[in-house]
Write a protein that binds this ligand. Structure first.
Ligand code: NAD
Length: 297
């Protein structure tokens, strides 16, 4: 069984490491948040008090952090992964980040003799808990192949995407579609209610009809219909509005760089920004429903 260093034990990293522990691996985890670290330790992760302690002597290091700036902070600098890991250690970067930051990590890894893959994930907290995430992996074929072996306990689908940063490209496009679906689901759900439909009846129809989507089945924003949905817990986050806004912003930036008009994506970004401006960035992104039902302006 492998020794795995892990940085970032939040909503995703926590349950992902629990599945690696269940598979028999030894996982050494580090997070700046004491609460996140305590929860991971309770699930069988060994506490590391620094990046150095997590990564030294590991067979593989995973990182899953909020944004590009956090990933850069964790890899670069005197305290970082590149400074303390052995170049034989395989590096798997699973955050959803901008392509420029991902490329910078690939370049620095290659310059220091490391093998690194970009391996963002899809499937949300439920996918992380159930070990059914989709991983999309960019990088050299041998590194992608070796990463796949470590990823298996956390994933239902592991899909190589091509060279460096192509995993991020796939993730950015996927999440653009996800958040547009979420906004569409919120509009359909509120309109169904106003037209006198029972929420469960409408969900039963849409989930087997052409209105179906992952957002509908996992994040349906009307209380009492889908147990995994944050609306049932006062929008305690499974995916924060801040991170959703970050992701759709990555798509909008990539679209600007490639001269691609994203009229709907840009509009959904404005909806998330309105939630953030009203102080709800830390709440679940499915709170977008409140802009449709009129609870928020
Ligand atoms: P999160 O904020 O819950 O967790 C991130 C963790 O990283 C936090 O615990 C934070 O303390 C830690 N961290 C930040 N900087 C650090 C540093 N310098 N050193 C050590 N720890 C540090 O975020 P999350 O929801 O787990 O998402 C993580 C990534 O996965 C994001 O890029 C997100 O877009 C992506 N993602 C999230 C979901 C989801 O449903 N939540 C799904 C797919 C992908």
């Amino acid at each position: 069984m492998a020794v795995i260093g892990w940085i970032g034990l939040g909503h995703m990293g926590g349950p992902m490491t629990a599945n690696l522990v269940k598979a028999g691996h030894s996982v050494r985890g580090f997070d700046l948040s004491v609460e996140a670290l305590d929860a991971a330790v309770a699930a069988g992760v060994t506490r590391a008090t620094s990046i150095q302690e997590a990564v030294e002597g590991a067979d593989v290091v995973f990182t899953i952090l909020p944004k590009g700036e956090h990933a850069r902070a964790v890899y670069f600098g005197d305290e970082g992964v590149f400074a303390h890991a052995d170049p034989k250690t395989l590096l798997v970067e699973s955050s959803t980040i901008d392509i420029e930051s991902s490329q910078a990590l690939h370049d620095a890894a290659a310059a220091a003799g490391f093998r690194l893959v970009d391996a963002p994930v899809s499937g949300g907290i439920t996918g992380a808990e159930n070990g059914t995430l989709t991983f999309m992996i960019g990088g050299a074929a041998d590194a992608v192949g070796d990463a796949t072996e470590y990823i298996k306990p956390m994933a239902a689908n592991i899909i190589p995407t091509g060279g460096a940063t192509t995993g991020q490209a796939a993730k950015i496009c996927n999440n653009l579609m996800l958040f547009i679906s979420l906004a569409a689901t919120a509009e359909g759900a509120v309109l169904a209610d106003r037209l006198g439909l029972d929420a469960q009846v409408f969900w039963d129809i849409a989930s087997v009809s052409s209105g179906d989507s992952w957002a509908l089945r996992t994040w349906y924003p009307i209380a009492g219909v889908v147990p995994s949905a944050a609306v049932n817990r006062d929008f305690a986050p499974t995916f924060t509005t801040d991170l959703a806004n970050k992701d759709i912003g990555l798509a909008v930036a990539a679209a600007a760089a490639t001269d691609t008009p994203l009229e709907i994506g840009q509009h959904v970004q404005q909806l998330f920004q309105r939630l953030i401006d009203q102080g709800h960035g830390g709440k679940d992104c499915s709170m977008i429903v409140k802009l449709v039902d009129g609870t928020l302006a």
